[in-house]
Write a protein that binds this ligand. Structure first.
Ligand code: 13P
Ligand code: SF4
Length: 335
């Protein structure tokens, strides 16, 4: 296989260099398929060193990306923190557009690339700056806490950002008894269950997490006795009440690593389970599969092409970035 002038053959050198990764991923990919992935992994890892690039990968990336080429992995909060302190010249964001935009806002002097510009998010697409303006008129003086899963334009008219990993902390740290949380109604309901403050919410939702039901969890418990159920706060209240623990993608991974449950189900996007299973072969992961079509736009061939061409590049107008940086930095300080 070739991508332009690049030779993507499965040579002895490629096999040797990628063998430690394959040892980890052999349950996920058969040998024949691995031979098509390994040359991409080899070439991406070579090229990112040559170009002083760093690959930031969200926990929903497939195992070939997550375990094969990522330098930093994590949830939205961890990736934002890492972007703020990297000294690489190029950031390749393996995740969705709002994540790349957040990285760009925090490092305007760096080149931020995303392998597929169309990798969006149902939450980010569900709210505009005009909606925020209407909310300000409806709730005068009430601070607006905006989930990072939003565009730079929406962040720019917000008071502070939050992620699923720090929402409760941020709300409790604000000097206000009432707050407005946008756009995810389920994250707002979850946060309300953890704070005495009054939270007003908006009608946004994640197209992946709202598909899970409490009945799914009942069935998992019946079919897999003793299973520990961890759910993302973008799920409905019924699902979160039926789960044993709720947390961001990284908090779920930390829970699994600290508590070491023998049998676990992660109520979230399915690549998470594949990545945890590869790192913890001793654990039994029940794997309900709900794919995020946006996250799944990111693939090894697209990562390689974007590193080679240094595009598509994520650009943010400097005046807009200056405004959007304020609520993001406020969040990083408060968390
Ligand atoms: P995390 O911040 O928990 O990784 O969530 C991001 C996301 O898009 C979840 O759907
Ligand atoms: Fe957006 Fe949901 Fe996909 Fe996360 S899983 S990127 S919230 S659509």
């Amino acid at each position: 296989m070739s991508l332009g002038m690049t030779n993507l053959a499965y040579t002895d050198e490629v096999a040797r260099a990628t063998a430690p990764i394959y040892n980890m991923l052999s349950d996920q990919y058969d040998e024949k398929y691995w031979e098509t992935l390994a040359p991409f992994i080899y070439e991406i890892n070579r090229l990112k060193k040559e170009k002083n690039a760093v690959i930031l990968a969200h926990n929903y990336m497939t195992p070939d990306i997550f375990h094969g080429v990522a330098d930093i992995v994590g949830d939205s909060l961890a990736l934002a923190r890492e972007a703020a302190k990297t000294d690489a010249d190029i950031i390749v964001q393996c995740g969705v557009h709002f994540m790349a935009e957040t990285s760009k806002i925090l490092c305007m002097d760096k080149k931020v690339l995303i392998p597929d510009m169309k990798a969006g998010c149902s939450l980010a697409e569900g709210i505009t700056p005009a909606d925020i303006q209407l909310l300000r008129e409806k709730y005068p003086g009430v601070p607006i806490v905006t989930y990072v899963n939003t565009s730079a334009a929406v962040k720019a008219v917000s008071d502070v950002c939050c992620t699923s990993g720090n929402a409760v902390k941020i709300i409790n740290a604000l000097d206000a008894d009432e707050v407005l949380m946008v756009p995810d109604r389920y994250l707002a309901q979850y946060t309300q269950s953890k704070t005495k403050k009054i939270i007003h919410s908006y009608a946004g939702s994640c197209m992946v997490h709202e598909r899970f039901t409490a009945d799914d969890i009942r069935q998992f418990r019946e079919r897999y006795p003793g299973v520990v159920v961890l759910a993302h706060p973008e799920c409905t209240q019924e699902v979160l009440q039926a789960a044993d623990y709720a947390g961001s993608t990284q908090q779920m991974i930390d829970y699994v690593e600290d508590e070491k449950p023998g049998r676990v189900v992660l109520i979230t996007e399915c690549s998470m389970s594949d990545n945890v299973a590869a790192a913890h072969p001793e654990m039994e992961l029940v794997r309900p599969c709900q794919l995020c079509p946006h996250m799944k736009r990111i693939t090894l061939p697209k990562i390689l092409k974007c590193l080679m061409d240094e595009e598509p590049e994520v650009l943010v107008d400097p005046a807009l970035a200056e405004k959007a940086r304020i609520p993001i930095e406020r969040m990083l300080e408060l968390s």
